[in-house]
Design a binder for this molecule. Structure first.
Ligand SMILES: [Fe+2]
Ligand SMILES: [Fe+2]
Length: 353
């Protein structure tokens, strides 16, 4: 069940600004270190990728066609709430990328990084604005300038930005394409026209992920030794966050005809397959014990939410209890043995799902 009721613009801003373990964050980083990056080790692949950005094959995509408005219908209240929550969380996450990339762009002189960040900002700003138009249909909409000025920023070292951003771009691709394919097979379940845009949209996210893949492959030390402990941490943090968040939206998944477990495991499979281009380790998400751990995290999260609503000393004690369960379960999942593989010679992957 969605914990936030979204009825007004204030509600939208409150949800967009909220800071919980599963809500999207805004990031800042060490711009000097970003400026010092050297892309020469991957020059040929880098130049080919930049040429794709220049070609801008999605330049005409993020505009509504004549039928868009006609297809918007009244949704049952529970679905409406979860869909709005989904839109607000998606826009926050798109705009988080936009703000971070734009800040890096402004603070570096390195021509490779500046050029890339200009394209990434262009794409994410289109994505965020396209979602915002759908919120405005409901008389809502996120005040992006206000969000930029008032949302809390989390500082991440560049290395964490690489791991986290790479994964969120690739998992974003896997999520959008999985929803798109499902609704392509079952058009009767496409309850809002925005989903028709997901196919070409997700190719942007895929390419963004490719950019971070190349930036990591240009710095091979990020992908071996003790850094693999960080890779494992970020893989788990990103996967677990998505799993818990998706399990707070049952009506949305029923409406799309998707079982959230199956959907999330499919998204993990796709992301894991792609991430072998950079990460020599991957999580064992098809193992029964691993899946049991993920379900336990969902229990811990909903137990925590209920205890918080209960309040008082007993509520506080219960919250502490569920927080402990969450931490212990996360630790157990972290220690679950990972798969290992060699990195391929060819770094780039095609969006083939
Ligand atoms: Fe995006
Ligand atoms: Fe992106």
């Amino acid at each position: 069940m969605t914990t936030h009721a979204i009825q007004s613009r204030d509600d939208v801003m409150r949800v967009a600004k909220s800071e919980t373990l599963i809500t999207p964050r805004f990031y800042t980083t060490d711009f000097k270190a970003m400026d010092a990056l050297d892309m020469n080790p991957v020059r040929a692949e880098w130049d080919a990728m930049i040429a794709e950005y220049e070609g801008d094959n999605n330049h005409d995509h993020f505009q509504r066609d004549a039928t868009f408005k006609d297809e918007i219908r009244q949704l049952p209240p529970a679905l409406q709430q979860e869909f709005l929550d989904f839109l607000v969380s998606s826009i926050t996450s798109e705009y988080s990328g936009c703000v971070l990339y734009n800040e890096i762009r402004k603070h570096v002189d390195n021509p490779d990084i500046k050029q890339l960040m200009t394209y990434l900002t262009r794409d994410e700003s289109r994505h965020a604005n396209f979602i915002n138009a759908s919120l405005r249909d409901y008389g809502l909409g996120v005040d992006l300038a206000n969000l930029k000025a008032t949302k809390k920023y989390t500082y991440f070292k560049p290395k964490y930005i690489f791991y986290a951003t790479y994964l969120s771009e690739k998992i974003g691709y896997a999520r959008y394409i999985t929803i798109y394919r499902q609704l392509e097979r079952h058009p009767d379940k496409r309850f809002h026209p925005i989903f028709k845009w997901f196919e070409r949209w997700c190719n942007d996210e895929f390419r963004h992920g490719e950019s971070f893949a190349l930036m990591m492959r240009a710095q091979p030390h990020l992908l071996r030794g003790a850094n693999l402990l960080w890779v494992r941490f970020f893989l788990l943090a990103v996967y677990a966050t998505m799993f818990v968040r998706d399990h707070t939206r049952p009506a949305l998944h029923i409406a799309m005809g998707i079982d959230p477990d199956e959907y999330d495991y499919r998204v993990f499979d796709i992301t894991t397959e792609i991430s072998k281009q950079v990460f020599p380790v991957s999580l064992d998400t098809n193992h029964e014990a691993f899946r049991a751990g993920l379900r336990r995290l969902v229990d811990a999260s909903s137990g925590y939410t209920v205890a918080k609503a209960q309040g008082g000393v007993i509520g506080l004690a219960k919250r502490a209890g569920w927080a402990l369960v969450g931490v212990a379960t996360f630790a157990k999942l972290y220690l679950h043995p990972v798969h290992r593989h060699d990195l391929p010679q060819r770094m780039r992957v095609a969006p083939a799902w």
